[in-house]
Design a protein around this ligand. Structure first.
Ligand SMILES: [Mn+2]
Length: 325
């Protein structure tokens, strides 16, 4: 850890210890890293003798209900009284807009301090203090280092939450974001009591009949666009409704489709609530999908990004296009 990073860890720890009422928030459509970070953070605050309010805009994927704090997460922002908090911490959000509290955070009072802990590239510099490590494979990898810097004892439950973020964000250590430091962190986390084989079961054996049928629909519509070296597929609103599949399943399909050999980039487009949502994936080093997604008003990582646009997908004679609003 560089000296400047060590200083930031200490500043974050000091702020957490000094705060009286803490709100922790993670991003909409949460994944294992988002809810692993949120659950771990709740336990971290508890070990400082504080209760953190945990917020994530619903719905939450039921497959992650084994994580600590899951049942305490507030999903309806009307139940939050923002004025109560003197510290707001966003975890793994990429952009403040993904907290679903962008307005509330922008309009915070002078007494309310805002910290971002994240491994996504910075978009806005919206916070008062930023613990941002883009080389970390997951936000939980950063939280692991934060706990070490605070000399904190990590319980097996906390360790399981940390490992969840690492293995879901690296697809079980196969993404190039899993560095030697990530593996070293995971090794320490295992010594702290995390159980990798149980976690693999909890995070991989989660597909329902409906979600596998949705995979089938997505795969049956898979097409190649040779001009852009792109493999893409589409899911319309009815497909999603009929399958009962959640956002997690769609991310799973996006990951699976990206294993295609014939294309450099994969894309799933889906219709939902009057918007067209896109999930982009690549395994190529020379392609930066974060730039592409940002040009479309979204964001994410170089290899995995997303965006949404007002409009809908229409199919004519087997040819799909986006009708913009
Ligand atoms: Mn993450």
């Amino acid at each position: 850890m560089s000296d400047s990073t060590a200083v930031i860890y200490q500043q974050v720890i000091d702020r957490l210890k000094a705060a009286e009422r803490v709100l922790a928030v993670t991003h909409i459509n949460p994944d294992g890293d988002a809810l692993g970070s949120l659950g771990f953070f709740g336990e971290l605050l508890a070990s400082f003798g504080k209760v953190a309010t945990l917020y994530c805009a619903g719905p939450l994927p039921k497959s992650l209900e084994f994580l600590p704090g899951f049942s305490n997460i507030i999903t309806d922002k009307n139940s939050l009284s923002m004025a109560d908090f003197d510290l707001i911490v966003s975890l793994d959000c990429g952009s403040v807009s993904r907290t679903n509290l962008a307005k509330e955070i922008a309009n915070r009072s002078k007494q309310q301090f805002f910290i971002e802990i994240d491994h996504h590239p910075s978009l806005e510099g919206a916070s008062d203090l930023e613990l941002r490590l883009t080389e970390a494979a997951s936000t939980t990898e950063i939280l692991f280092r934060l706990a070490a810097a605070a000399d904190l004892k990590v319980s097996p439950t906390m360790a399981q939450a940390l490992l969840t973020g690492i293995i879901t964000d690296t697809a079980n250590f196969i993404h190039p974001t899993a560095t030697p430091d990530t593996l070293a962190a995971a090794s320490s986390i295992l010594s702290q009591g995390a159980n990798l084989s149980r976690l693999s079961d909890q995070t991989m054996r989660t597909k329902t009949l409906g979600s596998l049928k949705l995979w089938g629909i997505a795969l049956s519509r898979l097409q190649l666009n040779p001009r852009y070296n792109l493999a893409f597929t589409v899911l319309n609103e009815d497909d999603l409704k009929n399958s009962g599949a959640d956002y997690d399943s769609i991310q799973g399909i996006a990951g699976f489709i990206s294993s295609i050999k014939e294309a450099a980039v994969s894309l799933i487009l889906r219709n939902e609530n009057g918007m067209v949502w896109g999930s982009l994936r690549t395994s190529r080093d020379d392609i930066d999908l974060n730039r592409l997604a940002r040009a479309l008003g979204g964001g994410g990582h170089r290899r995995a990004s997303g965006f949404n646009l007002p409009g809908r997908l229409v199919c004519e004679n087997g040819h799909w296009s986006v009708e913009y609003k």
